[in-house]
Design a protein around this ligand. Structure first.
Ligand code: LLP
Length: 422
């Protein structure tokens, strides 16, 4: 459930009509709902508690939505943060996430990033390979510290979904095999600069079938049990993120309750803290991208283009993954639906949000909302075609605030400088 609904004939975010935001901030603009973020977090947390988990660590995947105001909304409810760069650690800290609730993942952490994470005192560094384990050991020793690490396992399962976001197959770059993990864990226990505290996995994103997750999690449980039998202490098992969300015409994802119940079943009686790294399931349906129709261009060949002021640089998912986002008029007009190609102003054909989609009638100047855009939307935006970075607005009840302003053209140019010979 989300808080984007028609109120008096117009799409509103909680108590704020979207047209008010468009007038105040201009378009394109991302709009997030506080109530929806809070609801998604608490539904997931309550489902995990109801499934019998004790004190789960729910580390929001910052990559899905890295706006500090969004992170603070979740941190205020007790959320941790799953981060993949020093920039994301800094964002999480700026949002008030305590270091002991920060999990640092990623296949290519630099020495400087590892040092920063160790000095920050993050909950765990998820180590993705043997060279990385040695690097963390060396860096932490250099700082006179012992870094808490988890070994990331690649469980070699196929989770469905788009190939570009599958992470759990042996051919993907993430993590090590189960046998490698056992060996590395035992080695790590004898290293002066690291303390192995757990194991981690993440098999993909927008997963709509619980079966591959269950298979992977059962294997992870087996690994924890083997490690414990070898006398190696294991405190935490990190099960990653990946739970899908409804993108309207897409396969229905499992509910958080079903997901949690499955985990409760698979992990029953296992004495470890469970950690989670959900991104999309919390943020996707808590945000929309609001845009305006520039014009409607009808080609003699019969195609009808809805040309918007938002483009692939603002919302990359359709161009990158052929992703489907529901497209809704903010003030629906009465009339027959007709097929449209919805495009942006960027100079490439990939700048197409959808083709041949039946949509209600539009007129130039109308506002449209891309639904389910709160995850991997603004976070993946760029300034391609020198379009200023898309702003972000957070709504709470009948109030709204700009939480990332649109840069001016002066701001954009001021970031660059001339070489001495010009
Ligand atoms: N943990 C790790 C280690 C991850 O790599 C990811 C996502 C997550 C957690 C969060 O996954 P989620 O719960 O959001 O599915 N840009 C793509 C999605 C990329 C996901 C990358 N990893 C998209 O727009 O669909």
């Amino acid at each position: 459930m989300n808080h984007f609904e028609l109120r008096e004939g117009e799409l509103a975010c909680e108590g704020v009509p979207l047209s008010r935001i468009a007038e105040a901030v201009g378009t394109p603009v991302y709009v997030y709902s506080t109530a929806t973020l809070e609801r998604h977090y608490t539904v997931l947390r309550d489902a995990l508690l109801a499934a019998g988990l004790k004190d789960p660590l729910i580390a929001f995947a910052v990559k899905a939505n890295s706006n500090v105001a969004v992170l603070r909304t979740l941190a205020d409810l007790g959320a941790g943060a799953d981060v993949v760069s020093e920039g994301e650690i800094r964002r999480a800290l700026a949002a008030g996430v305590p270091p002991e609730r920060i999990v640092f993942s990623g296949v290519g952490k630099t020495e400087a990033e590892i040092a920063f994470a160790v000095e920050t005192g993050v909950a765990e560094i998820n180590v993705e390979s043997e060279p990385e384990l040695h690097l963390v050991n060396r860096v932490a020793q250099g700082l006179g510290r012992r870094a808490v690490v988890a070994i990331r396992v690649n469980p070699d399962v196929s989770a469905g979904g788009h190939a570009k976001i599958a992470t759990g197959k042996a051919e993907n770059k993430f993590g090590v095999s189960f046998s490698e993990a056992e060996r590395l864990y035992a080695n790590a226990a004898n290293m002066a600069g690291v303390r192995p505290a757990g194991v981690a996995c993440h098999i993909g994103s927008q997963i709509t079938d619980l079966a591959p997750m269950e298979a992977a999690f059962a294997k992870m449980r087996g690994l924890v049990e083997r490690l414990k039998r070898e006398g190696l202490p294991v405190e935490r098992l990190d099960l990653g993120g990946g739970l899908g969300v409804p993108y309207f015409n897409q396969p229905e994802p499992p509910s958080p309750a079903d997901y949690a119940a499955m985990i409760g079943r698979v992990m029953a009686g296992l004495d470890v803290q469970l950690a989670f790294e959900p991104g999309r399931v919390i943020a996707a349906n808590a945000g929309v991208l609001l845009a305006r129709v520039n014009h409607i261009h009808e080609r003699p060949e019969g195609r009808r283009f809805l040309v918007l002021d938002a483009a692939m640089n603002d919302l990359l998912r359709p161009a990158m993954y052929d992703a489907y986002h529901d497209i809704r008029p903010v003030r629906p007009r009465v009339g027959e639906a007709a097929p449209y190609d919805v495009v942006g102003p960027v100079c490439e054909t990939g700048d197409t949000f959808t083709r041949d989609r039946d949509l209600p009638p539009f007129e130039p100047g109308d506002l449209v909302a891309f639904m389910s855009a709160g995850a991997y939307g603004a976070a993946m935006a760029s300034e391609y075609n020198s379009r200023p970075l898309v702003p972000e607005v957070l709504v709470k009840g009948d109030r709204f605030a700009v939480v990332r302003p649109r840069p001016t053209y002066e701001d954009m140019l001021a970031r660059e400088q001339a070489p001495p010979w010009q």
